[in-house]
Design a protein around this ligand. Sequence first.
Ligand code: IPM
Ligand code: MG
Length: 359
Amino acid sequence: MERVLVLPGDGIGPEVTQQAVRVLEAAGKRAGIGFECSEALIGGASIDAHGIPLTDDVVEAARTSRAVLLGAVGGPKWDAMPVDTRPEKGLLRIRKELGLYANLRPAAVFPALAQASTLRPEVVDGIDLLVVRELTGGIYFGEPRGRAIVDGRREARNTMVYDEVEIERISRVAFDSARRRRRHVTHVHKANVLDVSQLWIEVVDEVAKGYDDVELQHQLVDSCAMLLLSDPARFDVIVTGNLFGDILSDEAAMLTGSLGMLPSASLGDGGIGLYEPVHGSAPDIAGQDLANPLAAILSVAMLFEHTLDRPDAAAEVRDAVTAVLAAGHRTGDIILEGEKRETIGCVAMGDCVLEKLGA
Ligand code: IPM
Ligand code: MG
C-alpha cells in the first residue's frame, strides 16, 4: 500500500483533486499498486478550522507519506491577511519542510488543443518544454524580510539569496532531465544587474562540465520572456530561481492554451514528492462543477513517473487524457470562442478519463 496524503485546499482544489484521486486509484489498480489516501487541510480551509494555513500534524502526515497530492490554495476571503498568515504560506511551508527544492513544470501542446492558444498555431506547434524552478530558496525565503517604519516612512524588504549548494543541486536536476529529453538547458538569469545571477552562471557552468552531451545556454530573463512568445519551440529545459520560475512557468503554461492543463511535481532528496496543478484556486468558478481537472489528473501521471517509478502507468494516464481531448470533450476553459461544442463539467471530465482508462 502506498500512502498518499491528499490536500485539496481551497476554491476548485477539492473538486479537481477528487477527480485526480479517482484516476490515481483506477490507474493504480491496473498497475497493481494499492493506495491508502488520507485527506487533510491546507491554506484557507486550514485557517478557517485551525487559525493557521498548515498545522504541524499535517506536516507530520506528509512526512510519513510516499506522496502528497495538492489542489490549490487561496481566495478572496483571506486576501486581506498579512503575508505571514495567508493561505499561500501553507504551501510555501510544506515545500520547505519537505525539502522540495526542485519544481518540474512541463508545458507541451496537446494536438487537439493547438487552436486554443492565444498565439498562432505555427508558433505554438512543437512546444515541449520543461521549467525546472528552484522552489525552496531565493527571494521567497530570504532574510531579512518584512516591514518597518524608517524615518516616518513605511518600508518593506525581501532578500534574494542563493548559496552554491542550492544552485548546484537544482542545476543537476535540470541537466539530468535534459538527458531524458532533447539535451538542451537554458539557464535564465538577470546577471547584468544581480550578483545572485552571476553566482548562478558560475555554478551552472561548473555543473555543465559534467554533462558534455547537454548543450547549455544562458539567457536573460527579460529576453526569455520575449522568446517564449516569439519562438517557444526552441526551448527544452529551462532552469531558474524561484521568482523567475514562478513567472515564466505561468507564461509557458498559457502558450499551450490553458493553465487548466498543466501539472507539476516538486521533488527533493527525501523521497517524498508533492504533485499539484500549476493553476490556482479559481474562486470565481469554485463549487460549480466547471473546473478542468486535467492538470490535477496529469499531476497523478507525474506521481506514477517520479515517485513510483512507473512510467508505464504514467503513460496510461497521459494517453487517456490525450484520447479524451481527441474525442472532443472539453471543459469551459479549453473551448474555443465560437466553437459549437458542448462543454462538460469537472466530474464528467473525470468520468471520461476513467472510461478511457478502462476503469
Ligand atoms: C505557484 C504559485 C505559488 C508560488 C503561490 C500560490 C505561493 O503561484 O505555485 O506558482 O508563487 O509559488
Ligand atoms: Mg505561480
